[in-house]
Design a protein around this ligand. Structure first.
Ligand code: ZN
Length: 261
């Protein structure tokens, strides 16, 4: 009988499951070691045991190549679509323009294991930096920045708008914070993040990097510091008069909340 060999280890079942599905969908014979123990007591078990994804020895190289390809971000879009965070259809945006894609931001947070998975990918893009603190703008950035801070073992604060002005929530102790990273869910124009950067600079805190799950700015945004994202999404919008979806007679929907920022 051929041996199974471990090709990847995971801390959470969600991520392990994704990798397993990917391999199974591509015809691999897969075994997930420790699955039962970890799923029975996730908190306790995962600190001692990893979920080990195994394939047959003869399939090792091909399976690894497939996983690497997926880790390189090609599946972030798939995950967000699968979760309903990126919707495909025919939408009337708050600007009045039409689009075939809509980002339902709040869905990014509805599945905490997905959010954690994406945050660990984002944290991996920041881990080399010498930072004291991870900052998230309310509301979308709060949970994400908290998770990234937790992974990087840094402190966390959040900003919010007060009387129209972006401020760090009162009560946080900023005295030890010199260098910060700002984490946002979706960057469109980057306006909110720029306000956070300014507000931190006013308190002599240097922002050294900005990270977002989705960059939909089309490469137009400049924060003056490196900007990393898991997914760059070019979302075409159309004048209603010239909308190909309208021409095709596809019914239009108006999403309930704004995705503008
Ligand atoms: Zn249209």
């Amino acid at each position: 009988m051929e041996n199974y060999v471990t090709i990847a280890k995971f801390e959470n079942i969600f991520e392990a499951d994704l990798a397993r599905s990917l391999l199974e969908d591509n015809g691999f014979d897969v075994n997930l070691l420790n699955e039962r123990v970890v799923s029975l007591a996730p908190g306790i078990a995962s600190s001692r045991l990893s979920l080990e994804l195994q394939v047959l020895e003869s399939q090792e190289a091909k399976a690894k190549a497939l996983l690497t390809e997926s880790e390189n971000g090609s599946d972030t879009e798939y995950l967000l679509k699968n979760e309903g965070a990126i919707l495909e259809g025919h939408f009337k945006l708050t600007s009045g323009r039409h689009s075939n894609l809509y980002i339902e931001k709040i869905r990014l947070l509805q599945n905490p294991l997905l959010a954690k998975t994406l945050c660990s990918r984002l944290a991996a893009l920041i881990t080399d930096d010498d930072v004291d603190c991870v900052v998230g703008p309310a509301y979308g950035g709060i949970a994400l920045a908290f998770e990234v801070a937790s992974i990087l073992d840094k402190s966390f604060v959040f900003s919010q708008r007060k009387d129209g002005e972006m401020v760090i929530r009162s009560g946080f102790d900023l005295s030890e914070i010199k260098k910060a990273v700002v984490i946002e869910d979706i960057v469109t124009t980057g306006g909110s993040v720029k306000e956070v950067i300014q507000c931190l600079q006013d308190r002599n805190i240097e922002v050294i990097k900005v990270g977002a799950l989705v960059d939909r700015s089309g490469g137009t945004v400049d924060f003056g510091v490196p900007f990393v994202s898991l997914l760059k999404l070019d979302i075409p919008t159309y004048d209603p008069e010239a909308c190909p979806l309208c021409s095709a007679g596809i019914p239009i929907t108006q999403p309930g909340s704004s995705d503008k920022k």
